[in-house]
Design a protein around this ligand. Structure first.
Ligand code: 6PG
Length: 254
């Protein structure tokens, strides 16, 4: 395969139906990755995704189909907080996923505030290189990255106009000026997102309709929007959205 992935669109009546369909894709990607390489290396986001994706994933039929013992869990972005904090993305995953299925603790790689923020990001970069066995100078290759999109077009903790959009050598980086609170965060960078075998966005709600039309414009995606910059070079790109978020998709003139 070559050239940036073309988005595969999956549109549903409700956010819950979009989450259910993403659960199916996640189970399929997990099975394929485990069969081929023995592990399913997946990066999670926060926001509404855990609440929409994990309940169907930890229910029949997927809960029995997935080989949880082969999952290695990472975060696409995290707030710089203790793991139990209300803002923590890890906390959401623990509530909706880790408390429901048995993923070995040594295969869960959360980001917390035990070290200084810059050290935390550097250690996460090193961890990704080591666990995912990235060749020198090349980004690690996730089997799947699960992303949301904010109304401003941000994804993970990559925000419009932010210098981190230019990052090319750090696979995890920190920021102290996130416009979405809390301001201090760690995020995977674009080279990692675009090196994944599969990226899936889950974006729902009418508030995202205008931005989504700009991100997914068929001929002129708005590349000032970080979500539009996620186009895996050698992988799949899926968008799971509800009708409310899809409402403006055809309304932008060429
Ligand atoms: C975080 C995120 C972020 C999120 C989007 C969408 O802030 O932790 O990972 O990128 O996915 O802001 O959030 P919603 O799904 O809640 O709109």
């Amino acid at each position: 395969m070559s050239g940036p992935a073309v988005p595969q669109m999956h549109i549903f009546d409700t956010p819950e139906a979009a989450g259910q369909a993403l659960a199916r894709l996640t189970a399929e990607q997990s099975a394929a990755a485990v069969a081929r390489r023995g592990w399913f290396n997946v990066a999670l986001s926060g926001g509404s995704m855990p609440r929409l994706l994990f309940p169907p994933l930890v229910s029949p039929p997927y809960v029995q189909q997935v080989d949880w013992s082969r999952w290695r869990l990472f975060w696409a972005d995290e707030r710089y907080t203790p793991l139990h904090h209300a803002d923590s993305n890890f906390r959401l995953a623990r509530e909706y996923l880790l408390s429901q299925v048995r993923i070995p603790a040594e295969q869960v790689f959360p980001i917390d505030d035990s070290f200084d923020l810059d050290v935390t990001a550097r250690l996460y970069h090193d961890l990704l290189v080591q666990v995912l066995e990235a060749p020198p100078g090349q980004p690690p290759r996730f089997d799947m990255v699960l992303l949301g999109m904010g109304e401003d077009g941000h994804t993970a903790s990559l925000f419009p106009g932010h210098p981190l959009l230019q990052e090319s050598t750090r696979w995890a980086a920190f920021l102290t000026d996130s416009p979405k609170p809390p301001p201090e965060r760690v995020t995977l960078t674009l080279p990692v997102l675009n090196h994944a075998r599969c990226v899936a966005f889950l974006a729902t709600g009418a508030g995202k309709a205008d931005t989504l039309a700009r991100v997914l414009h068929p001929s002129k995606p708005d590349t000032t929007l970080p979500a539009a910059l996620v186009r895996p070079a050698d992988g799949e790109l899926h968008w799971f959205i509800d009708r409310a978020a899809a409402a403006k998709l055809d309304s932008i003139p060429d």
